[in-house]
Ligand binder design. Structure first.
Ligand code: PFF
Length: 532
């Protein structure tokens, strides 16, 4: 394997806390506060939440550790990372590339032209670029995700303004829906707020890793928790809130379906910012003396805590005010404002809630922009300032298309027809298309490849060598000794123990995670249909 020299002046986090807060900021976002509550509502509450926790522990933590180790080892953005570690020839990559080409041919036979050509091109690229394609896909995914993520981040900013100026004054969800559709349909305003969101992202990334990202996250992540606690206290003290709490925390397994389990796993991936190299990039700024295992567990834990707290913030209020929990994607922009409006000092709670949503989106948005920026800084030798501004403008322009497409797609008939002809679904907007492509295809495939690469190509032995730096042999402690509180007992740290955190992690990365991700991926794209 060819190892390139490490640029000495690479920026660093000030320490483990700075890294954990920045990475937790990336993970905690619209996924935790907007999406998690509504999919929990749709999938029956408590039992779904339990399964989700299990997915985070069994798949989220191992993959997160892979990404951080890859980043810290190579000190590069995702593309540089895979360029550095990809061996000259890999049978496994050829096998995967060949499989995709065959899939593409099969899709063409079924007249799925757009997807067929996509699979053909992608399979060809895997053949040609080998594992380097994982890094390329990560940077492209960062670019694409931010383009529409910023549009929703812009909505959140728009709703802060609306709530603060007491414009969210409706009694019913139907009225809230009209306001919501009106808002997202007014293209000029939506693009304006999208611009503000991107401007904030660029401003933070422009300032650099420690002065920009770390400083912002050290302020934003604690702020998130404070706002959430205030809103939870408000929700829990409403008469009738208990029904919401029991909806969240009473597991009723009869409501859980096999589909629900896969939805939980798919969501764990998105919400933990895995599969596209965000954690590789953030890990590349981590010092050699920091503990990767502990960081991975902390980041996952904080994100999961926020997801659970989001439910505790939303459902008690929803139940207390007599609304429905299974409202779908409109839950946050339609039900929540209607709920808050009915409370005394409604605008205050509404404003706080949307500030929470906007701040969470911003802390995630900067990590997406950093992935793209780091690529241009590392590989193209651009200055950080130039990279942040140029990529920011490009992402803003692409996002504009998503913003227009949500409600006014019909006004761009030529593009609409071209997209529909290629990918089917006459009404699917550009926004839906990019969302589908990134979340349902690129992230799971990226995650799968990252596991396979770490487990089988770079090798768990090399990876664990990287993880051991700064872990004070944590990785080599016998699992049972660790659980029994005997970690520091010398006789329990013997390297002859087979059941260590390191060995468990290796088994998960090589076998359990790839299989789980593959099954979820096949289900998401509709090739595996599990009946309840
Ligand atoms: N984790 C973010 C969320 O839950 O909203 C989304 C995200 C951010 C995904 C950054 C991927 C990423 F690299």
């Amino acid at each position: 394997m060819k190892e390139k020299s490490v640029t000495p002046e690479r920026e660093k986090w000030s320490g483990q806390l700075g890294f954990i807060l920045a990475a937790a900021g990336s993970a905690i976002g619209l996924g935790s506060i907007w999406r998690f509550p509504y999919i929990t509502g749709e999938n029956g509450g408590g039992a779904f939440m339990l399964v989700y926790l299990l997915c985070c522990a069994a798949v989220g933590i191992p993959v997160m550790i892979c990404e951080i180790a890859l980043g810290r080892h190579t000190q590069r953005n995702p593309i540089g990372c895979f360029n550095q570690l990809t061996p000259p020839a890999s049978l496994l990559a050829h096998f995967l590339g060949g499989g995709m080409v065959l899939t593409g041919i099969a899709l063409l036979c079924f007249h799925a032209i757009g997807w067929g050509v996509t699979a053909l091109i992608f399979g060809g690229l895997v053949f040609w670029k080998s594992w380097r394609i994982v890094g390329i896909m990560g940077v492209v995914a960062g670019f694409l995700i931010l383009s529409y993520y910023s549009v929703i981040g812009g909505w959140a900013i728009g709703y802060v303004v609306k709530a603060a100026s007491n414009q969210l004054t409706f009694e019913t969800v139907a009225q809230a829906k009209t306001t919501y559709l009106d808002f997202i349909g007014s293209t000029g305003r939506v693009i304006g707020f999208h611009f503000v969101f991107m401007l904030l992202c660029v401003a933070i990334i422009y300032k650099g890793v420690q002065k920009g990202i770390e400083t912002a996250c050290k302020f934003m992540v604690p702020l998130l928790f404070i706002i959430m606690l205030v809103l939870i206290l408000r929700a829990l003290t409403l008469p009738g809130a208990a029904a919401g709490v029991s909806f969240c925390f009473t597991p009723d397994f009869s409501k859980l379906t096999a589909q629900g389990v896969l939805v939980a796993l798919g969501h764990a991936f998105f919400t933990l910012s895995l599969g596209m190299g965000a954690m590789i990039t953030y890990g590349s700024y981590l010092g050699k003396n920091e503990n990767i295992f502990a960081s991975g567990v902390w980041i996952t834990g904080l994100d999961t805590l926020v997801s659970v707290l989001s439910c505790l913030m939303i459902f008690p209020a929803v139940f207390a005010m007599g609304f429905e929990p299974g409202e779908g994607p409109g839950l946050v922009f339609q039900v929540v404002p209607a709920v808050f409006h009915r409370l005394p000092a409604g605008p205050l709670w509404g404003t706080l809630f949307f500030i929470l949503l906007a701040v969470a989106a911003l802390a995630s948005g900067i990590s997406l922009l950093e992935v793209v920026t780091a690529y241009f800084v590392d590989e193209k030798k651009w200055t950080r300032h130039r990279a942040a501004i140029v990529t920011g403008i490009a992402i803003f322009l692409l996002g504009g298309l998503s913003a227009v497409s949500i409600e006014n797609w019909d006004k761009l008939p030529a593009i609409q027809k071209a997209v529909a002809a290629c990918f089917g679904g006459a009404r699917a907007s550009f926004f839906d298309l990019v969302d589908n492509l990134t979340c349902n295809w690129m992230l799971p495939l990226g995650g799968l490849f990252i596991c396979l690469f770490t487990g089988w190509i770079w090798g768990t032995r090399n990876a664990i060598g990287e993880i051991r730096h700064g872990s004070k042999n944590f990785a080599d402690v016998h699992l049972l000794s660790l659980m029994a509180g005997l970690k520091d007992d010398p006789s329990h740290n013997s390297s002859t123990h087979p059941l260590t955190l390191a060995s468990m992690w290796g088994i998960f990365v090589r076998f359990i995670c790839p299989v789980a991700i593959l099954i979820t991926f096949l289900h998401t794209i509709g090739w595996l249909n599990l009946k309840p």
